[in-house]
Design a protein around this ligand. Structure first.
Ligand code: ADP
Length: 579
């Protein structure tokens, strides 16, 4: 996208709907321009009538007019800016919501590819830059150029020759500011990238704080942090200095301008081509013009910043999901809940070694089917394909003879529960974490599942019971408690199909038994596909598939596999040792 396209797009999607408010603030800009020009113009009659002609009739009127002009200017500035502050915040809201919507809806693949720090930088820094572009910049363009036009009018009215002289100076000032803007644009993009990296790094420190402590890498991480911060510091210092660099240039230019003005106007006065009252009014207009000229000349910094930010954000917002449903997709009609995989091939990254190679599964409805195999064999990948977190490259998957790719995604997912190994919880109350499964659950339902999942035991001990907030990802709960909570959540969903990624971490015997019972209850008469690590789960499964290197190498039940599959036998013996 080029600059013009980006600006058009920003206007269409983010500014257009506020056009009435913006027009109102432009109307106030007109009043600002008129009153500023009036202030400069009033000096002419003030000096002429009061100081030179000593006209007593105007001694009150002109000062009153000046107060009125300033008051109008002040009120209009307040109004114009307040309106634009509101518009700016609306634009920020829409942009942030767009990014959040993208992040929430994005394909698993996209989320895995992108670092969360990048999103944070989009939603904070980038959004801010665009907000400034579509609000402050718009206001300033109108306010400052209208004011400048008004003041130039006064200058020409007072003395056209002097006005021409002053106009020559304006491009000089803006050339200096323009080159400044170009350099700023580059540096500020780099600054934003660096800031994003620092945020990502901070998130990593939070996530890995135990690892940092156990390997005693605090000093190493602090020096890494210092590196990140130093790089950021350098960029920010550079961009701040570039901004200040304008000052000496602008001040010198102003000096030259005033000197030239005194020289030239002195000559005009001496040859009686200029009166002193016109001169002062002209001077006032010129000085008042300084601010809008400077502001207009440096606007391109904010414009470039905003465009650069939009270049980063818009592609993210526009990103289309590749996991989509077909036009005439159907509701899933569940019968027994049989799931079939037929010659399913899959790769996370195209043209690399196959992660899944011709997988054939026949998962009977209402039964428990286990996937066993070494880590990295492809078990989680198989699980991920059923709720369409990823789509198979070829082959098909059916549930009760309906291809999952012909179903409405909402219908497919509403019939599947997922209990993850890394029990994922929200920083909310226990109750809300369980209730997340369905809309408007009633208290009886929640009480029932907390009992069946053995959650009630630990909930009782929590300070605010079921209304206790459990902290980010449930830090205030033990591993076993978290597992039970996620089982309760799945129980509440009452879906026919259960995908279970058993935790590998071993728990004490009592907790283990409780979790086992909770899982037994959860999976009773449901179609369950479990990545099994616990011996009891494996033995109790109706069917077992042995996965190795992306292929199903054996299938059967515990007894038949012990006899027929060497790999399974080895695997089983290792599990016995572990237990
Ligand atoms: P398992 O569950 O049996 O331990 P996985 O299904 O998680 O195995 O992984 C199978 C293979 O796919 C592994 O080689 C792993 O490195 C690769 N893999 C898993 N997730 C991704 C991903 N998001 N991107 C790329 N490769 C992946």
């Amino acid at each position: 996208m080029n600059k013009i396209e980006i600006l058009k797009r920003l206007y269409k999607d983010y500014t257009h709907k506020f056009i009435y408010k913006i027009s109102l603030s432009i109307f106030f800009s007109l009043i600002i321009a008129a009153s500023t020009s009036a202030i400069a113009w009033l000096l002419d009659p003030a000096i002429k009538k009061i100081f030179i002609e000593k006209d007593t009739s105007l001694i009150l009127i002109i000062p009153a007019a000046i107060v009125a002009a300033f008051t109008f200017k002040g009120i209009s500035l307040y109004m114009a800016k307040t309106i634009m502050i509101k518009v700016a915040q609306e634009v920020r809201k829409i942009l942030q919501l767009d990014i959040m919507t993208y992040a929430i809806n994005a394909d698993t693949e996209e989320i895995n590819k992108k670092h969360s720090g990048k999103f944070i930088s989009h939603i904070t820094f980038d959004v801010d830059r665009i907000k400034i572009l579509v609000s402050t910049v718009i206001l300033n363009i109108f306010k400052d150029s209208l004011t400048l036009i008004g003041l130039l009018g006064v200058m020409f009215y007072q003395n056209w020759r002097l006005a021409l002289f002053a106009i020559i100076m304006i491009p000089l000032a803006s050339i200096a500011a323009r080159s400044l803007g170009k350099r700023m644009g580059k540096v500020s993009t780099q600054t934003q990238e660096r800031a994003g990296t620092l945020t990502s790094y901070l998130l990593e420190v939070f996530k890995n704080h135990k690892i940092i402590k156990i390997f005693q890498k605090e000093n190493y991480e602090i020096s890494r942090a210092e590196n990140f911060i130093n790089l950021l510091k350098e960029k920010i210092t550079k961009s701040d200095i570039i901004l200040v660099r304008a000052s000496p240039i602008m001040e010198t230019l102003t000096g030259i301008m005033i000197a030239g003005l005194i020289f030239y106007s002195g000559n005009l006065i001496m040859s009686d081509d200029l009166d002193i009252n016109n001169f002062f009014s002209f001077l006032a207009a010129m000085m008042l013009a300084y601010q809008p000229v400077r502001s207009l000349a440096t606007l391109n910094i904010a414009i470039n910043d905003g465009i650069a930010a939009a270049k980063r954000i818009l592609p993210v917002i526009d990103k289309k999901n590749s996991i989509v449903e077909k036009l005439n997709s159907n509701e899933l009609k569940l019968n027994k809940g049989n799931i079939i995989f037929k010659d399913v091939k899959f790769n996370y990254i195209k043209n690399e070694n196959r992660v899944l190679d011709s997988i054939n599964l026949n998962i009977n409805g209402g039964e428990m089917t286990a996937l066993v195999g070494h880590s990295g064999a492809g078990k989680s990948t198989i699980l991920n394909l059923i709720p369409r977190f990823y789509d198979a490259d070829s082959g098909y998957i059916t549930i009760d003879d309906q291809s999952i790719y012909d179903l409405k995604i909402s219908s497919l997912r509403s019939n599947i529960s997922l209990v993850n190994q890394e029990t994922t919880l929200f920083d909310d109350t226990v109750k809300n974490n369980i209730a997340y499964a369905i809309e408007n659950p009633n208290d009886e339902e929640i009480t029932e599942v907390t009992k069946l999942s053995y959650c009630d035991e630990f909930i009782k001990k929590l300070p605010q019971g079921i209304d206790t907030v459990i902290g980010e990802n449930g830090v205030r709960l033990s591993g076993g408690e978290k597992q039970r909570l996620s089982i309760a959540r799945a129980m509440l969903k009452k879906s026919k199909i259960i995908l279970l990624d058993e935790a590998t971490s071993s728990l004490d015997a009592e907790t283990e038994t409780k979790i086992q019972e909770a899982i037994n209850y959860l999976t009773k008469n449901r179609t369950t596909l479990v990545i099994a690590h616990r011996l009891s789960t494996i033995i109790n499964s109706n069917k077992i598939y042995v996965v190795d290197n992306g292929k199903i190498i054996d299938e059967g039940n515990h007894e038949t596999l012990l006899k027929d599959s060497i790999i399974y036998k080895n695997f089983y013996e290792k599990q016995i040792k572990k237990n």
